[in-house]
Design a protein around this ligand. Structure first.
Ligand code: F3S
Length: 425
């Protein structure tokens, strides 16, 4: 690795032993991927993937403690992934006991460390940190040191920032030293597409299903998607960004996509068009039948496939303000049609604390509350990691939650049907 004078000085311990170790870790990480140099992190804020105070993360707390002691604050303020627990989310006595005694027992002290290292503010716990209300929205061309896969794919694809799919802890290390290795999605060449996706559906494809199909096909490669602008338009308005948020999270979790281009819509595709496509790129055609095939192949891992759902989670990644408003209207309509006053399955919508704060200022807040839906800031995955919660029949329209937990996937329309009327179709 070629280092500049400043980097050499840090590595020689001139700014402390622990900072030297942090830089060494970043260098070794880069060398594994063949990086020959480091480049400066240029975004205003960082984002960390590790938000939860799990007992088992002892070495992380030790490292953070040493950095704080040595006065090494992060060069950037940062947001972090959602908190793992919220008293408002339904749980029984035993589930609660496990949460409180065996799982996130270090949450309080960990949050204290995060504050000392440079947490943006009390509200900065969300994976959708790029939403306007949260304020951690990188600029086009910014180099980031993020790791949260759903945020990385959004920042790269929708915002045109540059970031690899780093692992947790490497994200804070890059932010602390102010450098990341130059490889993969940080380079021009690494942002080119080796897949062409042709969307040929008769109706607007479900974001979470389309993302899943593409993720499973291309894995960690970069896809160039044609035909989606027919359904999303050519401007990155609120509706398109929300769609791409959910779509991208599915590509990143059902596969390992860190960047996609949508023809005539995402910034680099608008600028460079088909010049982004590598010679010999493979082609994957997606029509309605292909999406149905993907859906039908999801395994149901509930003990009893016909069990009545006990809980529904929406908002993985966290819902946007517009999504909360739209769902409030859809719920009201669905409940009215069914002759019900409240949802018939306990349902939790999750969103960023700052978005929830804004939502509460609107007339929609009371209306959503009246439907019986609980609004929370947690990460549903952290909830499902409790073995007793994982045993429950939980439904969701998040393909990320389906992939990592026992939750069962349904399309948005099916979820609406289930929670307002009960049963599908
Ligand atoms: Fe966000 Fe947690 Fe889902 S971090 S994307 S809500 S798994």
């Amino acid at each position: 690795m070629i280092l500049n004078e400043e980097q050499k000085a840090i590595l020689n311990g001139e700014k402390g032993e622990n900072l030297a170790k942090v830089l060494e870790s970043v260098i070794r990480y880069g060398e594994l991927f063949g990086a020959e140099k480091l480049v400066p992190v240029t975004s205003k804020y960082n984002h960390l993937v590790t938000s939860f105070g799990l007992k088992a993360m002892g070495p992380v707390y030790d490292l953070m403690g040493k950095l704080i002691q040595e006065g090494v604050a992060s060069q950037q303020k940062f947001s972090v992934d959602p908190r793992p627990c919220d008293p408002n989310v339904p749980k029984n006595f035993l589930q609660n006991f496990i949460f409180n005694n065996f799982m996130y027992t270090k949450q309080e002290s960990y949050e204290k460390q995060l504050k000392e290292l440079g947490l943006m503010d009390e509200n900065a716990f969300t994976c959708a940190c790029y939403l306007d209300e949260v304020g951690n929205k990188p600029q086009k061309g910014d180099v980031l040191s993020w790791a949260e896969s759903s945020a990385v794919v959004y920042a790269n694809s929708v915002l045109g920032a540059r970031c690899n799919r780093n692992s947790g802890i490497i994200d804070i290390m890059g932010s602390i030293v102010g450098y990341v290795p130059y490889f993969g999605l940080v380079t021009d060449e690494g942002r080119k597409a080796s897949w062409i996706i042709e969307v040929k559906t008769e109706k607007k494809p479900e974001a979470q299903l389309l993302g899943s199909a593409i993720g499973m096909k291309v894995m960690e490669d970069v896809p160039y998607i044609k035909g989606l602008d027919k359904w999303l338009g050519t401007e990155l308005d609120d509706a398109a960004c929300t769609y791409l948020k959910d779509f991208g999270a599915a590509t990143a979790s059902n596969g390992a996509v860190g960047l996609y281009h949508v023809e005539n819509l995402t910034p680099e595709a608008k600028e460079l068009g088909e010049d982004l496509i590598l010679e010999g790129a493979q082609v994957y055609v997606i029509d309605d039948a292909e999406l149905q095939r993907v859906y039908d192949n999801y395994p149901v891992i509930w003990k009893d496939e016909n069990a009545k759902p006990k809980l529904c989670f929406m908002g993985c990644p966290h819902m946007s303000l517009q999504q909360l408003k739209d769902w409030t209207e859809k719920l009201e309509e669905g409940l009215k049609e069914a002759g019900n006053k409240k949802v018939v399955i306990p349902t939790v919508f999750t969103s960023a604390p700052a978005v929830i704060e804004e939502f509460k200022k609107t007339e929609y807040a009371k209306r959503l509350e009246a439907t019986g839906v609980i609004l929370s800031y947690i990460c549903p995955l952290m909830y499902m990691n409790n073995p007793l919660c994982g045993k429950m029949p939980v439904i969701t329209s998040s393909n990320k939650l389906r992939t990592y937990t026992t939750a069962r996937y349904y399309t948005d329309a099916e979820i609406l049907q289930q929670i307002t009327k009960g049963g599908v179709k």
